[in-house]
Design a protein around this ligand. Sequence first.
Ligand SMILES: [Zn+2]
Length: 720
Amino acid sequence: METNKNTHILIQQYLEGELDEKAMHELEKQALDDPFLADAIEGYSATDVPAGTSLSFLQRQLAERIAQQQENKNVFYFTWQRISVAAAGCLLFIAASILFWMKSQPKDGNPAVKEKQVDVNLNAFNDQRMDPHSFSLPSQAVVSHLDLDINVDFTSQIISGKAAWTIDNLSKTDTIVFDTRQLDIQKVTLGDGYEQTSFKLGEETPFLGKSLKVAIKPSTRKVTIWYKTGKAADALQWLNPAQTAGKRYPFLFTQSQAILARTWIPCQDSPGIRFTYNATVSVPPALMALMSAENPEKRSEDGKYHFKQPYAIPSYLMALAVGDIRFKPIDRRTGVYAEPVTLDKAAWEFADMGKMVGAAEKLYGPYQWERYDVLVLPPSFPFGGMENPMLTFATPTVIAGDRSLVSLIAHELAHSWSGNLVTNVTWNDFWLNEGFTTYFERRIVEAVYGKQEAEMQEMLGFDLLKEAVTEIGANNQDTELKGHYEGRDPDEGVSDIPYEKGYAFLKVIEKEVGRARFDAFLKEYFNNHKFRSVSTDEFISYLEEHLAGKEPGLKDKIKLSEWIFKPGIPGNAVQPVSARFNAIDNIVSSWKGKINPAGLKGKITSANELLYFIKALPDNTTSADMALIDKEFGFTSSGNSELQFAWYLLAIRKQYKPAYPRIEEFLIAVGRRKFILPLYQEMVKTGAGKIWAEKIYKKARPNYHPVTFRSVDDLFNKEV
Ligand SMILES: [Zn+2]
């Protein structure tokens, strides 16, 4: 939005002394008569990081409201004259009331600002949460920086220490609200002198945990919370040595997305709130600690590590891993961390990472996070990857031995733009993270591995979308892009919809406006919103202004509202085509009912083709047919986790018993939910399968992350 940009530029120029003297005086003179402007200038100087790189959702909202207030008061003579009035009147009252409260506190070094009485009632605003999945009230008091000092104890499996938050008490309120879950809060203090203050934990709410209300003063800038994590903190997975690849040392890793950061750090746990952080982490000296920050390349002798994340990130990107970890560089800004036994394999598998970063930059502008490293975790990691800034966490199931699954790295890397740089403001806007990332991922794959590879992935993705819509229901609101996760755990709402329907929608826009224009638009969108959180509505306004505004009728042509706010797949979806997959379809249909896979190994070669082949097998494929196919391709003993998954799913369905021992091994060794859950779902469909599933699950459950075993528990509970 232009409004924001101009406001921020002017304020930033003022703060950095870049305005000439006349303009500066002009601005200050106006500030003398206008507390709103004074606050706009001061509000930004209060944070230690440059404006524009770290504005939180709230700060932006505030800036907009200030701008709108200025417009109404008509006090601006230059750039801000162009500011448009968009928000409702109540927002003006809110802005006025917040600013009035802000003014009630004298500030050092500020020109004497006349106080203005604003007769507004704050009460209506007091209880308004900006995010249905966070108790915090950032419009009143919001965090801007974290100094974390923690000790990681493997014996008790507890993290303890203190989280010192720098805050902005925007409304000069007497309470700041944090999110906690499964945390033991010991004490809370204010300021650098650690003056003890009172606090109150709210009632336990399913999956949201408890609010932590801390008494503060209007002048409070620092709130320090002393705490311990609970025994079964959901974000933490403590692995015993047997659960690691190396089998010698224990391992710990965190998974904070979507709303689990609050189980290991008391925080304002909303993707709309951003903060920078420094951390000191003490671990057993034999182990190395890594975070979503600037990381060490070597183990420290005393087990103490210092981290710095200079860019403002939301809480779900807080991450920590501790274990017997080594580093291997790939090029000057990319590298791999892994357990020693995995390190060389991982470095070989991910050798193209530098090329990928280069390709991504060429598409959508500079990589903003300095280094891009990948940490390969032990197999129980529940996801494919987690885009923790500067350090992607990845499952070892992408190490296929032939670089065939590295598109996962392209996906996590793409999140460095869509997700980490420009973030969904609530989990209802999740498609803004994942749809854009899926689009970007396939563009990186196309640039590095060619068009045919990207086309195959696109087609597999479109199949996933159709399957998801069939499964969830074409009229079910869970197939709308804009999510409805209020009152639900956002982790449970995860399906292929935000990823693949989001992708399909962006593909429609690309087709309509042409790739060159769409690329320019996306590049500008990322640049314009960097280090900010964005809502679906803001995206729509931006699109209206920068793309649709220049082409009347575009919104209707692309069926924007239908894609975002209606269920199912709109009629104008672009049907992907792949010549290689067509060739496989021809082979399968030529069988005319009698499967004949002999000699196909030389014709169907790449991992995606093999995957498509398994999915394209006719419905009446029998267990005997599978034995023939296995003889040709050896799918049962494959090392490619995607192929294993597709083949094992079919094996369960067709009761192809020779694959059963490998299925059992796979379910015990791997904890990635995307694979695990559907396999159990298929097993419990028959009586014998259910008994088998329960037997395996008993052995496998201790190796799974809570994100995974919770989903599988639900499945078994439903089946009882
Ligand atoms: Zn993603």
